[in-house]
Design a protein around this ligand. Structure first.
Ligand code: IPE
Ligand code: IPE
Ligand code: MG
Length: 250
């Protein structure tokens, strides 16, 4: 599957996705932006299924950013409604497929109907042991880091005892490993305040495909590309080749 066996990465445990391009996809069809969001739900369904079948353990989807609160109120309302309807409509399928739902973000700032729908699906899927689907809602990386700092200060931890692990422990989902791979659709090449801490060493995959068109083949292509990437973590390419040779000689 991978061209260079020295560089073969295993399947990522955690894939994060910035689902972008719904509005442009709809506009290209002469439709309202909300039409694009509605079609984006089909892509979510397909990618959750595919990721689960491939054996990915965590899939984090950026569904609504802190900055998205500055969109027209009608679009925000439509997105929140779509979230409630999708959660209610999908819960049985999620349970059947063993998908556990979790969320990250300023959930308290969501409308009550969304909070209830989320809580309901989180509760119903709490015992599921397949892929964990994490919805980032009213989320931003700087918000999460600010909250983590607040939480550390409240805990009274002395400054000299604070290290990277302390920060991790005070993030929203401390038990979830960092994503090895980030995918962003629609041709934009930026993080838009997504998982700033967690993406520190992730591989980035940008595709021009709009989110409502993004399907299983595109997801598999991103994974394939990831598996062929050389992840150096500061070391030299020669060191990695040497390590791979040593490992294959044992
Ligand atoms: C992503 O699509 C969905 C959300 C941000 C909620 P957009 O709505 O950003 O679509 P474009 O980028 O305007 O095409
Ligand atoms: C990022 O997309 C947020 C989500 C996908 C939820 P945006 O479309 O809001 O990002 P910008 O504004 O183009 O950076
Ligand atoms: Mg966008």
């Amino acid at each position: 599957m991978v061209d260079n066996p020295h560089n073969a990465n295993s399947l990522p445990h955690h894939v994060a996705v910035i689902m972008d391009g719904n509005g442009r996809w709809a506009r290209q069809r002469g439709e309202d932006r909300v039409y694009g969001h509605a079609h984006g739900v089909e892509s979510v369904r397909a990618i959750v299924r595919e990721a689960g079948e491939l054996g990915v353990e965590y899939l984090t989807l950026y569904a609504f950013s802190t900055e998205n609160w500055s969109r027209p109120q009608a679009e925000i309302n439509a997105l929140m409604e779509l979230l409630v309807d999708s959660l209610a409509g999908e819960v049985q399928e999620l349970v059947k497929k063993g998908v556990r739902l979790r969320s990250t973000g300023a959930i308290d700032s969501l409308p009550e109907s969304c909070r209830e729908a989320l809580k309901d699906v989180e509760d119903q899927t709490a015992g599921c042991t397949g892929i964990t689907l994490i919805l980032a809602l009213s989320y931003s990386g700087r918000w999460e880091l600010t909250e983590a700092v607040r939480s550390i200060v409240r805990s009274g931890t002395p400054a000299e005892d604070i290290d990277e692990q302390t920060l991790r422990d005070h993030m929203n989902l401390p038990d979830v490993p960092d994503p090895e791979l980030l995918i962003r659709t629609s041709g934009e090449q930026r993080l838009s305040n997504f998982l700033l801490w967690q993406l520190a060493y992730s591989e980035l995959h940008f595709t021009s495909v709009m989110w409502p068109d993004f399907r299983e083949d595109h997801f598999r292509a991103a994974i394939h590309e990831f598996r062929g990437r050389e992840r150096r973590f500061g070391r030299t390419g020669e060191q990695l080749t040497q390590n791979a040779d040593d490992a294959s000689n044992h």
